[in-house]
Design a protein around this ligand. Sequence first.
Ligand code: ADP
Length: 447
Amino acid sequence: MALFNKILIANRGEVALRILRACQELEIKTVAVHSTADAGAMHVRLADESVCIGPPSSKDSYLKMSAIISAADITGAEAIHPGVGFLSENATFASMIEEHAMTFIGPSPEHINIMGDKISAKKTMIELGVPVVPGSEGAIDTDAQALALSKEIGFPILIKATSGGGGKGMKVANNIDELENALRLARSEAKANFGNDQVYMERYLKKPRHIEVQILADTHGNVVHLGERDCSLQRRHQKIWEEAPSPALTPELRANLGNIVTKAMNKIGYRGLGTLEFLFENGEFFFIEMNTRLQVEHPITEMITGIDLVKEQIKVAAGLPLSFTQDDIQFKGHSIECRINAEDSKTFMPSPGKITGYHTPGGLGVRVDSHLYLGYTVPPHYDSLVSKLIAYGDTREECMLRLKRALREYIIEGISTTLPLHSELVSNPDIKQGDYDIHWLEKHLGK
Ligand code: ADP
């Protein structure tokens, strides 16, 4: 089976560049698409061809399925890589691509649909024997139903949007008095963000870590896991710092969880890359959701396994079998990723603008995945992620020391970034010890 000749990258920013790099190493031609605001972007400059698909607003460009599919048609692309965000978890888009006799680089539309709805994802996991967070079995329709269920689940309770994402549509109720209001707020936030106000309830865990497992499956029945990532350092349920392996897991816990997950994915015949997210508390794992795409934090898994996840994702989408088995995957060393956003590091207000000074760190064990360059203007229309600084070391200690010196070297001028926050984190005693949970960062920032 042959690989593709040409791939269209339906995304922007650092992830578009990440996919472009994988394509070039596989000797696959690339088509970049861009909005008018991104005409000078790095992914456009480096691609073999580019097509302008619309004005700055995402809904008229990066989310416009017909424009993207037309661009693929015109340029003769055989496959479309959706990247992260935008249309990456849109089953309609995946189906449309297939109807146009092109390949969607991702799982089947059916699996995107099942996992995209958090209730059906949880139901599926229960059937597959994967442990989930205790909570309502389905959607909550009435306040009376919520009240009755709250007695079973016990407070505090988390109300979540069934089609949620990016931490939106989530509200905590600490007691019965807060329940009604939390329901109302979660519903209206869900409606505003996802056009769907359906919510469900879960026990709100007090000190969990966020631990997710990376899986990769081909179309020949092979599924492997590539270990876990600890993404507990979050602000407003958004990841800021990720590391692999988790400072909290033992090889036994890792192997057990990996086993459960690969068996489950095998049973449903999943294909491509996927991430199963869990909360981990008192030695127990609880599934919360599955992402049916590449993750922002995938580089740390690449660093400790030596496997290029995007190249593998493209190969399995082309129908090639995996060239390695679970036993071939060795975890070596430690890796940490810092998400660098164009935001003020204290107020987190967006900070778009022109880059007037730029110097990236380098040296052994340092990787920078970024689309920034001197003179580039960060547009105000999109996600604020502008760079990912990834450090690798033989041990966690070495990784942290490397990260510390890399943060010292990194210069981004003209805009505010979250670099100062990361410099603070890398020297914090709790972080040095690996002693943190999902609430740590917000508590720390509140001090
Ligand atoms: P989203 O799709 O919006 O990212 P997730 O279900 O992945 O939502 O949850 C995002 C984050 O919210 C988790 O990483 C965790 O920090 C927190 N969270 C989710 N469910 C719970 C829960 N039951 N108890 C405590 N925290 C939770």
